[in-house]
Design a protein around this ligand. Structure first.
Ligand code: NAD
Ligand code: GLY
Length: 350
């Protein structure tokens, strides 16, 4: 078993190994004195992995409760959150009990936020089952729900007590979501790791499973390093947003229907690289993105995308901060007045 330890406001292990899910009870037992573990999951994941997790927790002395909500981003909302609070209250969950997030990023984000806020905070463990959740959302302590006015607008930083990552769970993940997660994986190669990028170039969506455990561990370690330097997202952590400025604009332009997040980020990375990289690097990125079934560009005209880049409510000022990678493996944060960015990207001034 590989263990990566995150040293943030809370120090915690990330365990990575194929088949680890069935050991979650024994591993969590080492991290908490909780008597009750409340598993929060969605209906898809529950149907495949719910029993394994509940059994393992029970065998290791936990009293186990389970709350299941419908899968999908639409569930990452205040209605589901209130249902989780009610469930915890009805079952007399105390601050010394713990939550277990079993699922993709939606489950992880809402469970983490419930853990940050219920009774002013209790322990939670992440068991990510989608690629995106394994390489990104389960690590680093960002938790959130969406509002009708935008994604992730209410949230908190709350580190888990442990993350358990079983790459075997990806065998049941629909291919669309595997490709989606690969968008973020390619991003890690671009921002920090030319060797990872080269490994990705040697594989495709069809055979990447052969090296998945190594890829996951590499990505998690990059995220660990970034989070340790900037847990609260005031500087370096922004490099994780490479491809996201244009990617968010793409998602928003197509009303979150046409492109998954990872696909939009992939297109966003390529569009940014076209502006900032040498032709050979831009081409390598496009080839890599395409070999994982992801788009390298979108039909939406740049002059309509650029104004949407500014629709981030977390934006500090009239300036836009965005990430560029001039070479593979190195990212820089750039700041530009928004109007200048519009002209530079080839859009009209917003
Ligand atoms: P998701 O949680 O909706 O999972 C995608 C789909 O895959 C769902 O239908 C789910 O039921 C299913 N699924 C998950 N694991 C499965 C498995 N092993 N087998 C079969 N089906 C499985 O979406 P996601 O892509 O995992 O995460 C997206 C969310 O993550 C977004 O809400 C995004 O805002 C958030 N996010 C958070 C962070 C962070 O730092 N907190 C970072 C990136 C993304
Ligand atoms: N996914 C971006 C971050 O964790 O900061």
């Amino acid at each position: 078993m590989r263990t990566i330890t995150v040293h943030a406001s809370q120090t915690y292990p990330i365990w990575i190994e194929r088949g680890l899910l069935a050991q979650c009870g024994a591993l969590l037992r080492k991290q908490t004195k909780a008597q009750t573990a409340a598993v929060i999951t969605d209906d898809h994941v529950d149907a495949i992995y719910g029993d394994t997790v509940v059994q393992s927790l029970e065998q290791n002395g936990f009293h186990v409760l389970k709350f299941v909500f419908p899968h999908g981003e639409a569930s990452k909302c205040s209605t589901t959150l209130n249902q989780i609070y009610d469930f915890l209250c009805e079952n007399n969950i105390t601050r010394t009990d713990c939550l277990v997030a079993l699922g993709g990023g939606v489950v992880g984000d809402i469970t983490g936020f419930a853990a940050a806020t219920y009774l002013r905070g209790l322990d939670y463990m992440q068991i990510p089952t989608s690629l995106l959740a394994q390489v990104d959302s389960s690590v680093g302590g960002k938790t959130a729900i969406d509002l009708p006015g935008g994604k992730n607008l209410v949230g908190a930083f709350k580190q888990p007590v442990a993350v358990l990552c079983d790459p075997d769970t990806l065998q049941t993940l629909p291919k669309e979501f595997l490709a989606d997660g690969m968008g973020e994986v390619i991003k890690y190669g671009m921002i920090r790791d030319a060797e990872l990028f080269a490994l990705l170039e040697q594989h495709t969506l069809e055979n990447v499973a052969e090296v998945m455990e190594e890829i996951i561990a590499t990505c998690i370690d990059i995220k660990r390093d970034v989070v340790e330097h900037d847990e609260f997202d005031t500087g370096e952590r922004m490099i994780l947003n490479f491809g996201h400025t244009l990617g968010h604009a793409v998602e928003s332009y197509y009303h979150y229907e046409t492109y998954t997040h990872g696909a939009a980020v992939a297109a966003g990375m390529c569009m940014m690289a076209e502006k900032t990289c040498a032709a050979e690097i831009y081409q390598r990125l496009c080839n890599c993105v395409a070999s994982y079934g992801l788009p390298t560009s979108v039909e939406a005209p740049m002059d309509q995308l650029v104004p949407l880049c500014g629709n981030d409510k977390k934006r500090a000022s009239a300036s836009l901060r965005f990430i560029v990678c001039e070479t593979i493996g190195a990212a820089q944060i750039r700041t530009m007045p928004f109007g200048e960015f519009a002209v530079w990207m080839g859009g009209t001034r917003a």
